[in-house]
Design a protein around this ligand. Structure first.
Ligand code: ZN
Length: 567
């Protein structure tokens, strides 16, 4: 026995020595990243600065963007500094699109708290406060941000764009030419330096891409940044399926252009795919065509067939830059936006699990403790929150992309109202799908969880304000649902309760209303509908004030950067 014990001790010692020996030569991702540069840091817990500035900052709470780096290969890890650096270029471009000269603005603000707040907002206008200016003397935010001349009228633009369609292109900036006429400058010229550097970083990252799909995407995306022609890279993005590292980079969403919704704003997400969650989610993509057929609208409003190649994955987000990092933070993505790519390849839905958990824990649960009736609070669950958000993204792929008469895309026809209506559609159809799938036994769970969590989610999102498409969509739903009795407010406790049966009725009615507006391309009808419903009635404002008084943050800011990822 003695000899065996000795032998085991020796063996153990050898194992330990080998273990230590190999780990000291092994590549350490966290240590490697800590040496590198990219960081976007905002301090929301400032002790300096005015009360006003600190009060604005207190609407946000901080959250670290980290992930388990041990799942990455050495090459995957080595890609990250390049992807983050490409993100930094999108960050610079977005500042120019949203405001103009970042450094000059920040240098002009003496109050350190307001300076941090300007970083959150990418400018001096409060994104979760209806874009109200928070710096004296800056005036109102131009509807077209910094993407059109400030003195341009809608009429002037529409007349000029009829003759020169490049003015309405997604990837051009509109400026005044020497003769005062309107002129379109493609992004790769307007932001030549940033696009060039971002392109180089993507090519450098592509060198480390072992997955051929990812390599192809990065290569084509690098080219797209230099030509402003993104379609081939969008196709390649949809074709890559087995990559663990995911990156969304370039001019993408059009929300920042509140004038026409034409101009795409620069952003970057760097993401690490959660392979096990993604497997669990993949089967829902197969159900899209059947779900489309089951929509509660006349056949002509569901005549398009959603792409069956769609996929749905869960990720940890490790870098948000530019548009996506401004104001309230996205917890799910649905791309690409190019309708032709959508029809050919479907869309990818990306669920950002770590950001979602942050919002659930730090915002949604505290909100429900103030505004949801005590006997319904047990139905507030992360699984339901995750499910509602997941199906919101699936639902973007449902419905139609073109008006029934074929004359226009829905987005083109509904202009500045297109985003709010599309987000409203996705929210309501998401809940519709959860209820259908539970009825048919495809999805396990208790629909009451989804409904009460959905209701609490409305309060969370209404706080984004009328300047956000998601904020407007939630105001519309709040008022529409209230009118239909889908929930009630108890005077004594100041809390809300869902009425499950009436919520189903309201859900179906609003679904039909929105899909008809979209199919008919009814700009006037939508404008009137938004005017009537996208507002915060006095009672709701009083209740939202109670959330603010309780110190519940409206949203999160990220502590993020290469050195943070491995913490
Ligand atoms: Zn959406």
């Amino acid at each position: 026995m003695q000899r065996i014990a000795t032998l085991l001790t020796v063996l153990a010692a050898i194992l330990i020595i080998n273990g230590c020996g190999s780990s000291s030569t092994e590549f350490e991702c966290a240590a490697f990243l800590a040496e590198e540069g990219s960081m976007i840091q905002i301090d929301v817990d400032m002790t300096e600065g005015s009360d006003y500035g600190r009060e604005l900052l207190s609407q946000y709470t901080s959250f670290e963007l980290t992930t388990d780096l041990s799942v990455l290969s050495e090459n995957e890890c080595r890609m990250l500094p390049h992807l983050f650096a490409a993100g930094d270029q999108m960050e610079s471009i977005f500042w120019k699109q949203a405001y103009g000269d970042r450094d000059a603005l920040l240098a002009s603000i003496d109050d350190p708290a307001l300076r941090e707040y300007a970083k959150i907002n990418y400018g001096p206008w409060d994104r979760i406060g209806g874009n109200a200016p928070f710096i004296d003397g800056v005036g109102d935010k131009p509807a077209g941000a910094n993407m059109y001349p400030r003195d341009m009228t809608r009429e002037e633009f529409e007349a000029a764009a009829a003759a020169d369609p490049t003015l309405a292109d997604l990837y051009t900036v509109v400026v005044r030419d020497a003769d005062e006429t309107l002129k379109a400058i493609p992004y790769h010229e307007a932001f030549a330096e940033e696009m060039q550097r971002a392109s180089e970083e993507l090519l450098a990252a592509a060198e480390y891409a072992d997955d051929p799909g990812l390599k192809e995407y990065l290569t084509l995306r690098a080219e797209a940044l230099l030509t402003s022609d993104y379609q081939a890279s969008d196709m390649a993005w949809m074709d890559m399926k087995n990559n663990r590292i995911e990156v969304v980079v370039g001019p993408i969403e059009t929300y920042e252009d509140a004038l026409f919704g034409y101009k795409a704003a620069a952003e970057t997400f760097v993401l690490v795919k959660d392979m096990s969650w993604s497997e669990r989610l993949s089967r829902y993509a197969q159900l899209l065509p059947a779900l489309q057929e089951g929509l509660p609208v006349p056949d002509e409003y569901k005549q398009e067939t959603p792409g069956t190649d769609s996929d749905l994955n869960a990720y940890d987000a490790i870098y948000y830059a530019g548009d996506t990092n401004a104001g309230s933070k996205t917890i799910a993505i649905n791309l690409p936006n190019d309708e032709e790519v959508q029809l050919a390849k479907g869309t990818r839905r990306l669920q950002l699990k770590n950001s979602m958990q942050a919002k659930f824990d730090k915002i949604l649960v505290p909100i429900s403790e103030v505004l949801i009736a005590e006997d319904q609070r047990e139905f507030i669950t992360f699984d339901a929150f995750f499910g509602n958000t997941m199906f919101h993204e699936v639902a973007h792929g449902l419905g139609i992309k073109n008006t029934l008469d074929g004359s226009n895309t829905v987005r083109g026809a509904l202009k500045e109202h297109a985003s709010a209506l599309e987000e409203g559609k996705a929210d309501i159809l998401g809940l519709y799908m959860v209820s259908e799938l539970m009825d048919s036994g495809e999805l396990e769970g208790d629909i009451r969880d989804n409904m009460v969590t959905f209701l609490a989610g409305i309060f969370r999102s209404v706080r984004f304000g009328a300047s956000s498409a998601h904020g407007r969509a939630n105001m519309i739903r709040f008022n529409y649902f209230l009118e239909m009795g889908a929930f009630t407010r108890d005077e004594a406790t100041g809390t809300y309760s869902a009425d499950y049966d009436k919520m189903i009725e309201a859900m179906n009615a609003l679904t039909e209303k929105i899909l008809r507006f979209q199919g008919d391309g009814d700009y006037e009808g939508v404008a009137a509908f938004v005017e009537e419903y996208a507002r915060v009635p006095q009672q709701l404002q009083t209740d939202l004030d109670r959330l603010a008084d309780a110190g519940i943050p409206v949203d999160i800011v990220f502590e993020q950067g290469l050195a943070v990822v491995g913490r």
